[in-house]
Design a protein around this ligand. Structure first.
Ligand code: HH2
Length: 250
């Protein structure tokens, strides 16, 4: 899955694809590089990000989804019911939901659904994330959301532990270390670690545009644990790695 952030403030590429033509061109490039799904978002959910007005979010994503869905499967990355509904009407075939609350939209539209775990809200989630047992709690939450999605008639469901969404470095590492716990549920698993802050912390402070190798390592780790979907900014390298991991694991 290749990331297209049509936002002014995303943590890694904010402002680069706010213009619809630039976002579409970037999406086509990611498709050519090997992305199976193009993930379009119009609201940054980075730690500390402020929520975006729905009308503005719609204005950012709809032209991009309308065009890109003619070329590839598109997911809408949103926390807003209205945006998810409009996006699937415009051609998105998957609802990628970091709020884990929009499965009814996916069910009604016959779309796929990605339930992501987040503790708290983006504006405050990194202040003091706390768990008794992060792996068990995230697993239990995601199983319940997958059940809810199926009850709403969703056919294609993924669960995503939500790396960086209300998690310390240690929480992120535990979730990555124990990805098999999620894979063993039998539900397809998605992981998004690309360029995230914990990779900076693990690489002596590499800035966000210098985390490509660490991001690739995280994606390869996830794929080798049996994860079905990796959400990445740098598709070319991840697609090559996916082919290699797929052949080795076959
Ligand atoms: N992470 C981000 C956004 N959407 N979706 C899923 N399924 N999993 C993730 O880990 C995930 C996600 C945050 O990354 P990004 O879109 O690059 O940044 P921003 O939220 O600043 O736009």
């Amino acid at each position: 899955m290749g990331v297209i952030n049509a936002t002014p403030d995303s943590f890694s590429d904010g402002g680069r694809y706010l213009d619809a033509d630039a976002a579409i061109a970037h999406g086509l490039e990611l498709r050519a590089e090997g992305a199976d799904i193009l993930d379009v978002g119009g609201e940054s959910t980075r730690p500390g990000a402020a929520p975006v007005d729905e009308a503005e979010e719609l204005r950012r994503v709809l032209p991009v989804i309308t065009e890109l869905s003619r070329h590839a499967p598109v997911s809408i990355d949103t926390r807003s019911r209205a945006v998810a509904e409009a996006a699937v009407a415009a051609g998105a075939s998957i609802v990628n939901d970091v709020s884990a609350s929009l499965c009814a939209v996916a069910g009604a539209a016959g779309a796929g659904y990605i339930a992501v775990h987040m503790q708290g809200e983006p504006s405050t989630m990194q202040r003091a994330p706390r768990y008794e047992d992060v792996v068990a709690e995230v697993r239990e939450f995601l199983l319940a959301r997958a059940d809810a999605a199926r009850a709403q008639g969703v056919g294609e469901v993924w669960i995503d532990p939500g790396i960086g969404f209300g998690k310390t470095l240690e929480h992120n590492l535990r979730l990555l270390r124990r990805l098999r716990t999620f894979v063993d549920t039998g539900i397809p698993v998605a992981v998004g670690a690309s360029r995230k802050g914990f990779l900076g912390a693990l690489t002596d402070g590499a800035p966000v545009d210098d985390r490509a190798e660490a991001s690739l390592a995280a994606a390869v780790w996830a794929m080798a644990q049996g994860v079905d979907l990796v959400r990445v900014h740098d598709v070319r390298a991840a697609a090559q790695a996916a082919r290699l991991v797929g052949d080795v694991a076959a």
